[in-house]
Design a protein around this ligand. Structure first.
Ligand code: 5GP
Length: 183
């Protein structure tokens, strides 16, 4: 089911079937690795909502589902605490295996701070899966445990990812034209 490329997009980076196939593979890999464990998928709002929904439905083990939301002040902000948690998880996680489900890892700040935040709740373990990774942009010492696609340093939207709250509903991932965010 194709859609016409929106004029704001330069090109499609990952089409719907490519994403589906890779998410299915990740779901199978996670199901094998966490078989017999008490697992909670922790989606990072809002960007991970498509990925989490497809990942969870592709997995073949029982799962808990929870969500966190956070806002970042960037690496340049003063006095530590560069990330504020605006929505905490709601369930009990002590002794459970948490898998943080991210849309994209860029500098690594969000993943670093979320991993530390969730680790402080005494789960059995904190693991990370991201659909997209931009390794060339990394500024924190952290790498996700599972990666869907490594991508170049371009601003992408779709499949949950937004620009100014637009484009989240697209079933594919596209590169946003520079003119859109530089104007
Ligand atoms: P980090 O904390 O790793 O620098 O950034 C993670 C967050 O930055 C992501 O959850 C996402 O909100 C935002 N981000 C980074 N790169 C992109 C991108 O190419 N497109 C979109 N839509 N968001 C991005």
């Amino acid at each position: 089911m194709g859609r016409i490329l929106l004029p704001e997009l330069e090109r499609v980076l990952l089409d719907e079937s490519t994403i589906k196939q890779r998410v299915r593979e990740l779901a199978e890999e996670l199901s094998l690795d966490f078989k017999g464990k008490d697992v909670v998928l922790v989606g990072v709002l809002k960007g991970s909502f498509c990925f989490l929904a497809d990942l969870a439905r592709g997995m073949s083990i029982p799962l808990g589902i929870d969500f966190v939301a956070c806002s970042s002040y960037g690496l340049e902000s003063v006095s530590g605490g560069n990330l504020s948690i605006t929505k905490d998880i709601s369930g009990v996680v002590q002794g459970r295996e948490l898998i943080i489900v991210e849309d994209i890892v860029d500098t690594g700040l969000t993943l670093r701070e979320l991993t530390d935040f969730l680790s402080s709740k005494q789960p059995a373990g904190v693991h990370t899966v991201t659909l997209l990774d931009k390794p060339s942009r990394r500024r924190m010492i952290i790498d996700p445990d599972y990666v869907g696609f490594s991508i170049p340093d371009e601003f992408v939207v779709g499949y949950g990812l937004d620009y100014a709250e637009r484009f989240r509903e697209l079933p594919y991932i596209g590169v946003l034209r520079k003119e859109v965010y530089l104007r």
